[in-house]
Design a protein around this ligand. Sequence first.
Ligand SMILES: Cc1ncc(COP(=O)(O)O)c(C=O)c1O
Length: 365
Amino acid sequence: MASMDNFEFAHRHRKQVVWMSQNTNMIPLSPKINEAIRQSVNEREYNLYGFKKGVFGLCDAIKADLKMEDWDIHLTNGGIEGLYMANRAFLQPGDEVIATDPSFMPIHDQVLMAGAKVKELDIYHEPWKLTPEHVSDAATPKSKMLLIIDPNNPLGTAYSRQEIRALCEVAEDRGMFVIDDITYRDFNPLHTLASDFYPEKTIVSYSFSKGCGMAGMRIGAVLAPPDVMKAIKKFDTNVLGVNVLAQRGALAALETKKRWLPKLRQICRKNQDVIKSAVSKVRGAYLPVFPSLANMFCVDIRETGVNPEKVEAMLLQDHYIHTRAGQYLSKRFGPRFVRVSFSIPTEQCRKFAAAFPKVMKALSK
Ligand SMILES: Cc1ncc(COP(=O)(O)O)c(C=O)c1O
C-alpha cells in the first residue's frame, strides 16, 4: 500500500488508530480550548469574516509567548502558509536556500515553486544538525536564505543558544535571511530564537499544530521586522482572514499554556522511554537522537534490511498504528528510518511498543 493509501485507511479508522505519523498532538491539554471553540460556534461567530488582524488578544498572546513584543505579526492558515509567503517574497529564479537532508520537504517544494533551488546539507550523522562550518562552506553568492528547523523534524535535534548565535553570524556575514521554523519549540524547554541574534533578517514561523494540538484547525503565524513583513504581506492570498474558530481555540491554548505545557512535556518524556525500550528489542534498530527535543524520533532500521514503507504498512493494517516511512522526509536517507511521533497518551505509545518488535520480526523473515 502506498503512503497516500495509508492515510486514507488511517482516516477511515480515525478513532481506532494510534496517530504517530504527522507529529500531531493527541494529548488532552485544557478543556478551555474546546469551550472557547464551542462558545464561538454557539454565538455563530462564523457568520462573519474574522477581524483581519485576528481576534482581539491573539496576536499579542503569540508575541508574549515568544517575548517578541516589538515584532510585526501576521496570522496564517498554519505555519506552512507564512513559509510560502516568505519564500515567494524573497526568492527569485537562480537563488539558493540552504537547508538540510532529512527535512520537512514541503518547505523545499515551496522554494522550487519560487524558481529557486535548495542546497540540502546532509545532517544524517553526528551531530545530526547543521553546524556553522557546514553552512559557511556551502554558502555561495546565490545563497539567499538559511532554513533552520529547530527543533528539527524528523530527527528531534535542537540547537543550543551558542549554536543558534553561530548560525546567525554565518547568515549575517553572507547577507542571508534566516527562516526560523519553530514549529516544535514547545517541546524544547531551552529553545532559543534566531531573532535574538539577527533581528534584521530573521523570519519566524509559528504553529499551533503541534504543542497546542490544533493541526486540523490550520492556524499559525509569521513574525518579522516591519520592512521584511511588508514584503511578505505582498504574497497574502488570504485577505479575508483565518478561521475564527481556530483563532478562539488558539487564544485559549495560549491563555492556559502555563498549566498544560509541563504535563505535555512530562508525558512526551515518558513516551520516549517506552519507545526506546521497544527499539532496543530489535537487533539492528536504533535511535540516532535520544532524547528527542521535539515530539518525534527517527527509528533507524537500516541494519535490519527491512523497508520502512513495509513497516508503516504493517503497523497500520495489522495494528492500527500509523507511523511514517522515512522516504517522505529524505530521498537519500529515508529508506533507513521510520519516523514515530510520541505526543500521544502513554497507553497508546505502549501499543506501539508491543507491536514494533513483532512487525520487525515478521518483516525480517
Ligand atoms: C518543520 C515544519 N514546519 C512547518 C510545518 C507545518 O505546520 P502547520 O501545521 O503549522 O502548517 C510542519 C508540519 O509538520 C513542520 O514539520
